[in-house]
Design a protein around this ligand. Structure first.
Ligand code: ATP
Ligand code: MG
Length: 351
């Protein structure tokens, strides 16, 4: 088969709850969904962002790509959590090339890890608003260890990681194509996963602030586990509306409401902290994605706390697909959990 233009890549969002695969085609008419699939991971495979059981992860990726009918190739993946540091810093004005040469040295004081242990990336945001002799730079540092671990499992599964992104940026990317913001409008994207919630505050396509909160869908599951003395698997099933012996569905609803209050408070506190220190950049709207975004009442609870509208996003709203290949009802149901994967699937090598 011939392929024109840049080499095709597909997205693999390796989450602690499940691995998601998305492949998009792009044409003048926009994006079309070419492939989507997901596979669950055992709860102990990824813990605190660390790839603990690489065998299980590699097996899961192999199953996933074979069920999706993908043979091999180039993939985009993303990382998040405490191995990743994202900071906006100000530096004396210099060119992109000059900064590329000196970033290692410039970044040292901002990174709490040994600079030799991290991969650095940066984006020049523009001149500093207050001091014109300075430029604002978005600094991104990820521990080599985590990058190496991800690259290794991808390679072991017969694939090649050509893009390594950050979850919060992928979610931003996905929201930008589906819900274009007005000029100057400040919005928050919140990817509520299982272990983590990635918060990103964005204006005019630029990330102003990111933070990962160490809570997500697992917080609900763990509370159900404790309350009813059931296994993680049963607690998760009960959370998703399944019938589980010894678990009362009405009580589950109460737990969901309680924990929604806790999680949304934690997320709102982080966003409020940003707004208190950046009064000129008031967040107008929040978009939530990730499997946890589907928790009943979480959107309302967050909207109450933030005092701005909160929308559960559909990452496929700007993506067309053939209803013969993809069931619209299923797609709508699982859509939020594919937020990061869709954002990654838009990336191209060299981005
Ligand atoms: N319909 C639903 N209602 C409530 N919670 C849901 C629903 N569907 C999925 N979840 C929860 O969402 C979480 C998984 O979300 P997601 O797939 O985004 O996580 P992940 O990317 O695998 O994890 P992480 O990024 O934190 O490592 C789980 O806690 C799961 O129970
Ligand atoms: Mg995730």
């Amino acid at each position: 088969m011939l392929s024109f233009g840049k080499k095709k890549i597909f997205a693999l969002d390796i989450g602690s709850y499940s691995i998601k695969l998305i492949e998009l085609n792009s044409s003048k008419k926009g994006y079309q969904l070419a492939n989507m699939a997901s596979v669950p991971l055992p709860p102990e495979a990824i813990v605190d962002g660390a790839l603990m059981d690489t065998g299980a992860i590699v097996d899961a990726i192999r199953n996933l790509i074979s069920s999706a009918g993908v043979k091999g190739g180039d993939v985009a993946v993303s990382v998040s959590g405490h191995s990743v540091i994202i900071k906006k810093i100000s530096l004396p004005a210099m060119t992109e090339n000059e900064l590329a040469d000196s970033i290692q040295w410039e970044a040292e004081q901002y990174i709490p890890f040994d600079i030799a242990d991290v991969n650095l990336d940066f984006q020049i945001l523009g001149p500093n608003a207050v001091d014109q002799t300075q430029i604002d730079v978005l600094l991104v540092a990820a521990k080599k260890e985590i990058i190496d671990d991800y690259t290794a499992v991808i390679a072991e599964a017969g694939l090649n990681a050509v893009v390594i992104d950050i979850d919060a940026f992928a979610a931003q990317n996905m929201v930008e194509i589906n819900y274009p913001a007005e000029e100057g409008e400040v919005v928050a994207t919140v990817n509520v996963g299982a272990e983590l919630s990635n918060i990103n505050i964005v204006k005019d396509g630029v990330s102003l602030f990111t933070r990962d909160v160490a809570n997500g869908g697992n917080q609900f599951t763990e509370e159900i586990q404790k309350r009813f003395g059931v296994s993680y698997e049963n607690a998760d099933a009960a959370k998703l509306g399944g019938e589980v012996e010894g678990v009362d569905a009405d009580e589950v609803k109460e737990v969901l409401q309680e924990v929604s209050g806790l999680l949304s408070s934690e997320i709102a506190r982080t966003i409020d902290f940003f707004m208190a220190t950046n009064p000129e950049d008031s967040v107008r709207k929040a978009y939530i994605c990730g499997g946890g975004a589907k928790t009943e009442g979480l959107d309302k609870s967050l909207a109450d706390k933030l005092g701005v509208p909160v929308e559960v996003v559909n990452p496929f709203s700007a993506i067309s697909y053939n209803e013969k290949n993809f069931d619209p009802e299923y797609l709508d149901d699982v859509a939020p959990s594919f937020g990061v994967a869709v954002g990654l699937a838009i990336r191209r090598e060299g981005d």
